[in-house]
Design a protein around this ligand. Structure first.
Ligand SMILES: Nc1ncnc2c1ncn2[C@@H]1O[C@H](COP(=O)(O)OP(=O)(O)OP(=O)(O)O)[C@@H](O)[C@H]1O
Length: 337
């Protein structure tokens, strides 16, 4: 495995800038997740590292070597796509062995078998090695696709939404397994998703991309608690962060220049209140089992927050709502700290 470094990498398609002067260092053994909406430039970033796209500017350095002008086959990266892309006429064993069989490698048969068996056990598909790949469930196919990347020992694994075509339960299961495997082998991994739960649970660091630019990179905790701007603040958190105008709710101190207040559940204090003293009302409650989403209105503004199902709050209740250490943003959406 190796460190991978992007230095001011830019890629344009006509007038559109898909990746805009991105600087990014993925340390050896680090799991970095790129999170962003559709069209943010996530896939293009992976393709640039893999050599499937050429940068219009900047450098890509893998393991200390500038690979910007090298062909994909000379870059030593392994790519896992959203779709399984297995060879349907081959068995699971043969699919897993495929990357090791190139004439350039000349790997002895018993070494290939040993590697395939090891990886098959790691991705928990060893009981199906003789099956045709078409005779597998979606989750099993994706295990094989991940395994096929793991049999090699590349500098970096690039994964483009590898779990997004699976149902929620399988996705949750494979998420945990992928993190376990990455830990186990100390893999350098760059993973693209627009699923914030995947980003929060798997990443050592999350990079937030928007319109080709890397807005912020940091640990999941840093990105969540200390976002640099409104865009980053809105990418993480469920329910979505509430964006309120100053003055709507009582707050101890609001810095000058604050135009928007960002309030997550932990920034809102709710107290039952008589109609005359209340500043908000509970419109309805979504029951999620272990938690409730309270839908609140205050002077026509909608606010959504989490609440304990046993808090004794009911639709129609009037409440007193105040802010405690929320996030403040200026007129350009930049965070004021
Ligand atoms: N081959 C191409 N030709 C022209 N434009 C392209 C090409 N590839 C990507 N783009 C454009 O570059 C921008 C970034 O695309 P990219 O696929 O990297 O985004 P993404 O963040 O991966 O989105 P998604 O989540 O939808 O996959 C988009 O505006 C896209 O339309």
């Amino acid at each position: 495995m190796a460190e991978v470094r992007l230095e001011s990498v830019t890629r344009r398609f006509g007038d559109a800038v898909a990746v805009d002067h991105v600087d990014l260092v993925i340390a050896d053994g680090e799991f970095v997740v790129l999170l962003g909406p559709t069209g943010a430039g996530k896939t293009t970033t992976l393709r640039l590292i893999a050599g499937l796209e050429k940068p219009d500017g900047g450098r890509i350095v893998i393991g200390g070597e500038d690979v910007s002008d090298r062909a994909p086959s000379e870059r030593d990266v392994a790519f896992v796509f959203q779709q399984y892309s297995l060879y349907p006429h081959l068995t699971v064993f043969e699919n897993l062995a495929f990357p090791l069989k190139s004439p350039a490698r000349r790997m002895p048969k018993d070494e290939i078998a040993a590697r395939v068996n090891k990886v098959a056990a790691m991705v928990r598909i060893d009981h199906k090695l003789a099956n045709r790949s078409t005779a597998l469930s979606g989750g099993e196919m994706q295990r094989v696709a991940i395994g096929r990347a793991l049999v090699r020992d590349p500098s970096i694994f690039l994964m483009d939404e590898p779990l997004s075509s699976l149902d929620a339960k399988l996705r949750a299961e494979l998420r945990v397994e992928l993190k376990r495997i990455q830990n186990e082998i100390g893999a350098t991994l760059l993973y693209v998703t627009h699923d914030q739960v995947e980003a929060m649970t798997m990443a050592d660091r999350i990079g937030i991309l928007a319109e080709g630019r890397l807005l912020q990179i940091g640990t999941p905790r840093e990105i969540y608690t200390d976002p640099v701007n409104l865009h980053v603040a809105a990418r993480l958190g469920h329910p979505h962060i509430n964006l309120l105008k100053p003055g709507l709710l009582p707050c101890e101190s609001v810095p000058g220049g604050a135009r928007t207040i960002g309030a997550r559940t932990e920034h809102l204090e709710i107290r039952p209140s008589s109609k005359t003293n209340a500043n908000a009302r509970v419109d309805w409650i979504e029951h999620l089992g272990d938690q409730n989403h309270l839908h609140i209105s205050s002077e026509g503004e909608k606010i959504i927050t989490l609440a304990d199902p046993y808090a004794g709050i009911n639709p129609g209740d009037t409440i007193s709502l105040s802010l405690k250490n929320p996030l403040f943003f200026d007129e350009n959406g930049h965070r004021i700290t």
